[in-house]
Ligand binder design. Structure first.
Ligand code: SAM
Length: 284
């Protein structure tokens, strides 16, 4: 039995399966140019053996494969329907270059010391046990291999104009709810410590900003789609006033040329030391 132990299951998405896939698509594509720029800055190069964890419907996978034409890409994802979605869409990429693995990030089944570069995008905020995941990725990275975690931190969520006065309390309530289910919407700030405690070195953290004036408003329409918040209101997680303000923001972003929004994503980096020795394999 694969250990999901996370708060993300697309079958429970309030938008429904196909709309949620579309939301993930626009969200991944809006930031890709900047994220890829930073990934390269952290050392991602064509020809590397690359692992993507929690690859979902494979929009980032596709960009990795197309931008790194001499690399082998492995997309690891626990959900078989999302993996099929990616497999079907990416059938044009030779199977010698693109591998799909249906496993959990906690126990990938992949061999020790195998990957030059690993990317986990919007996975860690959902994990019940991020340390275990970071340790597993460490095991399968080559000595000198690198990990970049791209994630959120709702303390620096971003902004929307016209302002939603109750946005801070909405964010706090949604984060508390996520925490009650075992996730962490403030994960961004804790990533350097997480990586350090796992043994990664040369740590760094940075942010990438998506702005509707630069990247188009489409992704933000989906982000603020009021359907996403209805369930939280119905469950009593947010109150009527907060829901009404979100509804107004959703209408603004859909209809008003004055409206704009921006969102921040955290990129945390760490390297597995080049002279790493698996302590468990040392015989005494
Ligand atoms: C929010 S989606 C992000 C998808 C993609 N990385 C992106 O940026 O669009 C999180 C993904 O992590 C997957 N996931 C959740 N728990 C997992 C686990 N334990 N192991 C591997 N993947 C997992 C989910 O099925 C989902 O596809």
């Amino acid at each position: 039995m694969k250990e999901r132990n996370s708060t993300y299951d697309i079958r429970k998405a309030t938008l429904g399966y196909q709309e949620e896939v579309e939301r993930l698509k626009v969200q991944a594509m809006m930031g890709w140019h900047k994220e890829f720029r930073n990934l390269q800055w952290y050392g991602l190069k064509n020809g590397m053996n690359v692992l993507e964890l929690g690859s979902g419907p494979g929009f980032v996978t596709e960009q990795l494969a197309n931008n790194l034409p001499d690399s082998e890409i492995t997309a690891l994802e626990i959900d078989s329907s999302l993996l099929d979605e990616a497999r079907n869409r990416l059938h044009y990429i030779p199977s010698s270059r693109l591998h799909f693995v249906q496993e959990s990030v906690y126990d990938t089944g992949l061999p020790d010391n195998s990957y030059d570069f690993a990317v986990a995008r919007l996975l860690f905020l959902h994990l019940h046990n991020p340390l275990k995941a970071a340790q597993e990725i460490y095991r399968i990275l080559k000595p000198g291999g690198k990990l970049v975690i791209i994630d959120i931190d709702d303390g620096i969520f971003g902004a929307i104009y016209p302002d939603i006065m109750l946005l801070p309390s909405v964010l706090r309530k949604l984060a508390d709810y996520q925490a009650s289910k075992g996730g962490n919407r403030y994960i961004g700030r804790s990533l350097p410590r997480l990586l350090a405690s796992t043994g990664y070195i040369d740590l760094d953290i940075d942010t990438v900003t998506q702005h509707s004036d630069l990247h188009g408003v489409e992704g933000f329409k989906r982000q603020f789609d009021i359907t996403r918040f209805k369930g939280f209101y119905q469950k009593g997680i947010i109150n009527i006033e907060e829901f009404e303000q979100l509804k107004q923001a959703s209408e603004n972003i859909n209809d008003s040329p004055e409206a704009y929004a921006m969102m921040n994503f955290v990129m945390a980096y760490g390297k597995k030391p080049a002279h790493w020795v698996n302590q468990l394999s040392i015989k005494v």
